[in-house]
Ligand binder design. Structure first.
Ligand SMILES: [Zn+2]
Length: 217
């Protein structure tokens, strides 16, 4: 069983790599951001609770995020494993995940750290465009991976937009937070013997090849 987490700054290609690896290993790719947005889009009870915070511009309490995550990790499609992306990002989240996993009788088997420079992260993120359709959320890049029709998703035809956290000032802030809060997790997972360091500075396919080599697939 593979219980995998992806660590890397935004722009490291975590989501894309997680997606490709999940398909190869036949296990679900769980992105916390997508999970939360889906609850809201489906107008579930959890979703309405989430909106009540985000609509006021408030931080969603940790208990609610934990509940969403626990619900997803308890689903039957995760019995053979899961790839988590976007969580944990802090020591507190790592402890939360640890307790959810141990409640489910599982543990993290692999922490993949995707390494890229801050300059590269900035370049990749500021050019990123995302499909506005929450059921699609396909990613594009104005330079590396443009849409075929300007401004329209290749997959579903919805408008592609720049997320407000993909503007330079916001990116810089997120990189600082990554260095301060997420990076310490790397040494923690190294001490547990589950850290897999991957050079993320290459093309998507090359990075995926390095990751698959870790799993012998
Ligand atoms: Zn789309």
């Amino acid at each position: 069983m593979h219980n995998i987490i992806m660590i890397g700054p935004q722009g490291s290609g975590k989501g894309t790599q997680a997606d490709l690896l999940a398909r190869k290993l036949g296990i679900p790719h769980v992105s916390l951001g997508t999970l939360l947005r889906t609850e809201v889009a489906n107008n579930t009870e959890l979703g309405r609770t989430l909106s009540s915070y985000t609509d006021r511009g408030e931080i969603v309490p940790i208990e609610i995020v934990t509940e969403v995550l626990k619900k997803r990790l308890s689903a039957s499609d995760t019995v053979t494993g899961v790839i988590l992306d976007g969580y944990p990002r802090t020591r507190a989240q790592e402890e939360t995940l640890e307790s959810i996993m141990s409640e489910l009788g599982r543990k993290i088997t692999d922490a993949i750290s995707l390494n890229i420079t801050d300059e590269e992260a900035m370049k990749r993120l500021s050019g990123r465009r995302v499909c506005a359709n929450v059921a699609c959320e396909r990613n594009y890049h104005i330079e590396y991976h443009p849409t075929k029709t300007p401004g329209r998703c290749d997959e579903c035809g919805s408008p592609v937009v720049q997320r407000k956290d993909d503007v330079p000032d916001a990116i810089k802030r997120r990189l600082e937070i990554f260095h301060a809060e997420t990076k310490p997790l790397i040494s923690l997972y190294a001490a547990e013997g589950v850290l897999r360091e991957i050079d993320g500075m290459h093309m998507i396919d090359e990075v995926q090849t390095s990751i698959r080599a870790v799993f012998g697939v």
